[in-house]
Structure formats: C-alpha cells, structure tokens
Design a protein around this ligand. Sequence first.
Ligand SMILES: *[C@@H]1O[C@H](CO)[C@@H](O)[C@H](O)[C@H]1NC(C)=O
Ligand SMILES: *[C@@H]1O[C@H](CO)[C@@H](O)[C@H](O)[C@H]1NC(C)=O
Length: 368
Amino acid sequence: MDTRAFYRRQDVGTPRGGGAHRSPRTALVPRFLRCRAAVLPSMLTFLVIVASGGLLLMIEKGMLNSMETSLPRRSAARPEHGPAGRRRPVAADMDTQILQELRNRTIHTMCSQKDLVDNIWSLSDLQRKIVLQHVLVNDEHRFLYCYVPKVACSNWKRLMKMLSGALKFNDFRSKLDHHHDLVFLSSLKPDEIRYRLKHYFKFMFVRDPMERLLSAYRNKFGEIESYQKSYGVKIIKRYRKVDSAKGDDVTFTEFIKYLVDENEERMNEHWMPIYTLCQPCAVTYDFIGSYEHLERDSEYVLQHIGAPSHIRFPERQTWYKPVTKEILHYYLCTVPQKLLKELFLKYILDFSLFAYALPNTTTEDCRH
Ligand SMILES: *[C@@H]1O[C@H](CO)[C@@H](O)[C@H](O)[C@H]1NC(C)=O
Ligand SMILES: *[C@@H]1O[C@H](CO)[C@@H](O)[C@H](O)[C@H]1NC(C)=O
C-alpha cells in the first residue's frame, strides 16, 4: 500500500463542512469517541481524531510493513558539515523510517487545515511567547532545539552547553541550571529570529503524551516539595473542598481533573501539551526525534549538526525510573472513563500529530 494513496484518500474522506458523520473514515474513530461527537470542541479536532484513527489502524493491522517498497529511502544520517566520517553513522531501521515518514506526512496534512497557524508571527502573543521561550539557539552549529520538559530536555540542555563550551565535555553529573549559559530564541530581535527560523536546522523530541504526564506526576508530586506546596495544595483544596492541605498526596485522578480544567496555554510547562510548547505547524521542524528512540535519534541530530565526535548523548542514569506500559495502564485505569476522554481530547494534537496510539482503557481492558 502506498502512503500517498492513503493520504489522498484521507483528503477525500475529509469533510470540509457538515458531512463529518457520513465520512467513511468514521469507522476508524476509536469506538469510545465515536458516539460522543457532541463533546468535540471543533470540526478540526474531529478531523484530527479521524486521521489518527487511520494511522493507528494501519499500525495495528501491520499495514505499514507492506509499504516499505514505496517509501523513498532516506540516506540515513550523513553529516552535512563537520568532520565527516568521524562519527559512526546511525542506521535507522525500517520501522523508524516509516514512523518518521508518517509523522512528517501527518503534520503536513494536519497543519494545512486553515485553523492551524502556519507561521509564528500569526500566533497570539501568548502562544508566540511560549514557543520562543522553548526554542534554544546554537549559532556555531546553526541549529534550533525546542525543548519539551519530561522528554530528556536536561540532557539536551547539557549537550548544548557542551557544544558552546560552557560545560566540560561529558560532565553529565553536575546539577543543571536550566537557564544560565543557554540562548533562548525569545532573547533575540524579530529579524534575528526570522533569519534563524529560516536557515537553521530545527528539531524537537516527542514522547507518548500519557507517559509524559505520568512521568511529570510521579516526579513532581512524588518527589519535589515545592510542587507539592504550590500545585499540590491548590489541587487538593480545589477538588477535596478543604481549607488547608499539605499537598503531598495528590491522586492521579485529581491531577487529571486539574489538567482537564486548566487552559493549556497557562499550564506549567511540565504538563503543557507538546503542541503548545513547540508549535509544530508554525515552526517547520526538520527533524522530530522520539523518546522511545532517544539515543539513536540524538546521535542522528549530533551527526547532522556536525558535533565533534567526543560529544555523545549520555546513557540513562541508574536512578532513572522508567514509565512502563504496565505502570501507565495501571494508573490510567484508576481514572474514571469520562475524565479520560476529556483528557485525551485535550492532548489530541499530541497523539495525532506525533502518531501515538490512544491508550486502551475500556472497562474490559482495565480488568486485566
Ligand atoms: C519531512 O520531509 C521533508 C521532505 O523529505 C524533509 O525535508 C523534512 O525535514 C521532514 N521533516 C521532518 C520533521 O521529518
Ligand atoms: C487495544 O485493544 C484492542 C482490543 O482489545 C486490541 O486489539 C488492540 O491491539 C489494543 N491496542 C493497544 C494499543 O494496546
């Protein structure tokens, strides 16, 4: 099956107004969302779900395997500048190439919807401020990196400091100052921003949206006292209707309720949707790596920007607590279904643009 054919059909099946419920693609919308069209905030959201449903179905049915031959083979990871041949080339396997291609095309298709702004100057002031504050600049190697908290951003910030000489090579143990010695796009003048957006290599890293939220929850509410005292207290007072609280025992469901009630542009960056942080329609990223292939994708970027070969992405720390599929499933199943639906809708662009499957959380699935 040819991906192009898939997307062409996608376009045809995409109702431009009114006919959503008759779309043949409706069959691909996850069952629990299909009967709830009334709750969808806009047609756009509906289209996004339709498209991601299509992707998911293809992934689940293994249709991707048969597409290999029709995909253009990418010359995997050849450094364009810098010391050619010194870094070992990274081989992207076929699945990764296909995922990259799907993400690329989905973003392309989705971002051409007229509701989604295609350049940063047309964003609202607040939206533009958020993205400019999350894009880091390296002029020597001519690249921009949009950092997403809970997606290995500390390690990438360390790498950026190493590249600019502010941090000793491979000193990954030192405590990271998240602002010092880093250049944010927001600190530059409009002309300088325009130039860099146009000419630099731009990349970001994404992660399964629910894994990212669970990771933020376990880290901030489980370990960080300042978060318990600020967000924790606020959440418990709001949802338990009490006057005072210590804030150290926020449940996952309370956290999810809070997320559903918050405006995504006013959220803390650790749980703000990736879409809002990096605006992948307004900034056309050249490469979107994923947490699931962190080391390899990072190596690809380092190679592409011509980083010296002794700068390497660090191995995972020994204290690192992974969020496994089983743990995520366990936590999600503690949350009422209705609330989960609202949560998925809130993060629907992160699921669909970056081709992540909606988790299985029907009563049936949760029995296991
Ligand atoms: C998408 O594909 C185009 C054309 O092959 C390429 O130039 C671009 O870098 C890709 N973008 C991403 C995010 O992979
Ligand atoms: C979700 O559940 C369905 C039916 O139980 C199953 O076929 C599918 O593979 C599951 N998907 C994921 C992503 O776990």
